[in-house]
Design a protein around this ligand. Structure first.
Ligand code: NAG
Ligand code: NAG
Ligand code: NAG
Ligand code: NAG
Ligand code: NAG
Ligand code: NAG
Ligand code: NAG
Length: 311
């Protein structure tokens, strides 16, 4: 990422309108949301279809000259082309794994307007892929599928690191652990780019209403707003960072950003102090970046982002 301290607003849309949802099953013993293996593989395939369309679409939209004119290295487009073909390979593997349960590709609308804004969004989406596999892993039961998912996850992480570092000139990683996302959170981050899906994609859960934080200065108050008229007052913003989750109650419409936040974090609104799961999350997901230097020095200003194209 560029090192400017500007705040990039991640304007998440509401997925509920898309008519494409993740199946959700209730675990009667604990009343907490759980997922079976097929549902997790369907989420993975949904996100792989999206990534595949995202990368291949940008390659169609922008040629080598467009890339270099926009300040990206000349070799970047060739590598993005490799990523596109690797995402397509993930689609094929998961499609074959799911057989008759495979979901089909949807129509998408991505907000990038230039190679640089595409690269900024590519960094976020690759990170979401990593977080989706990390969060979904606990629901996989078949040994071969766990192995396949691990092999895909590390490949997605390598894409994310390459895009964040050499291409976008920012932090190639966050902390010692990538951040797992709940299934609903991972879906919500992808769903905002889905405009319509085949009716045969019979799945069942909605994306969360959007969540926006106004200001991501470390240790400072940030105004919290949610979509769908969700009332934020008194609820908690859960900051996901690595394996840690920090809860901050919304007071006067604001939360103070945890001052030790570093690298990529995600924020969701939850009605529970201490639990942020798909049963308790009421809005999300905000993507937050807290850049730091090679000596570990934090920049004072974080950023909230999805796409520079949205500015
Ligand atoms: C997984 O859950 C879906 C939706 O509830 C259900 O249709 C499917 O039969 C379940 N699959 C397995 C293998 O339990
Ligand atoms: C690249 O695309 C631009 C428009 O985005 C066009 O003006 C230019 O001619 C193209 N260059 C080549 C080599 O195709
Ligand atoms: C994608 O959009 C086209 C054009 O609007 C439409 O004909 C097609 O049915 C859509 N496909 C899906 C999978 O929603
Ligand atoms: C963010 O908060 C800091 C500290 O309160 C303030 O100085 C800064 O102006 C705020 N930035 C925006 C964009 O609101
Ligand atoms: C939000 O509340 C207003 C006023 O009650 C209502 O008109 C609007 O439809 C609501 N919007 C949503 C998305 O629920
Ligand atoms: C979690 O938070 C603790 C205390 O702030 C910190 O020492 C640790 O590095 C954090 N771990 C991760 C994985 O972020
Ligand atoms: C939320 O939980 C934390 C840790 O258990 C506790 O310190 C804090 O007082 C709780 N906040 C509220 C508003 O109950």
């Amino acid at each position: 990422m560029k090192t400017s301290s500007s705040i990039i607003v991640y304007a998440s849309l509401v997925g509920a309108a898309f008519g494409f949802v993740i199946p959700q099953a209730r675990d009667s013993s604990s009343n907490s949301t759980t997922y079976n293996e097929t549902q997790i593989l369907q989420l993975a395939l949904t996100l792989e279809h999206l990534e595949s369309a995202f990368f291949s679409g940008a390659l169609t939209a922008f040629n080598d000259t467009d890339f270099t004119d926009d300040g990206l290295p000349v070799w970047a487009r060739g590598r993005f082309s490799e990523i596109a073909s690797q995402e397509q390979s993930h689609v094929q593997l998961l499609t074959s794994t799911l057989g008759s349960n495979a979901v089909q590709a949807c129509n998408y609308s991505f907000p990038y307007t230039s190679p640089a804004s595409f690269a900024a969004l590519a960094q976020v989406l690759s990170g979401v892929g990593v977080s989706a596999y990390a969060g979904g892993a606990q629901y996989l039961t078949t040994k071969q599928y766990i192995t396949n998912a691990a092999a895909i996850l590390s490949t997605e992480a390598r894409h994310a690191a390459w895009i964040a570092g050499p291409v976008n000139k920012g932090n190639p990683w966050s902390g010692p652990y990538d951040t797992p996302l709940t299934v609903g959170s991972a879906y919500s981050l992808g769903a905002q780019f889905i405009t319509s899906c085949p009716s045969s994609n019979q799945l069942s859960v909605n994306a969360f209403p959007s969540l926006t934080l106004s200001n991501t200065t470390l240790g400072q108050p940030s105004s919290v707003t949610a979509g769908n008229n969700v009332t934020v007052e008194g609820q908690y913003v859960a900051f996901f960072s690595g394996l840690n989750t920090t809860f901050v109650q919304v007071s006067n419409g604001q939360v103070v950003i945890p001052s030790d936040s570093m690298g990529t974090s995600y924020a969701v609104l939850t009605n529970s102090n201490g639990t942020a799961t798909d049963d308790t999350i009421t809005a999300g997901v905000a993507v937050l970046q807290f850049p730091y230097g090679s000596g570990g020095d934090l920049e004072t200003n974080g950023r909230m982002e999805m796409a520079e194209a949205m500015m």
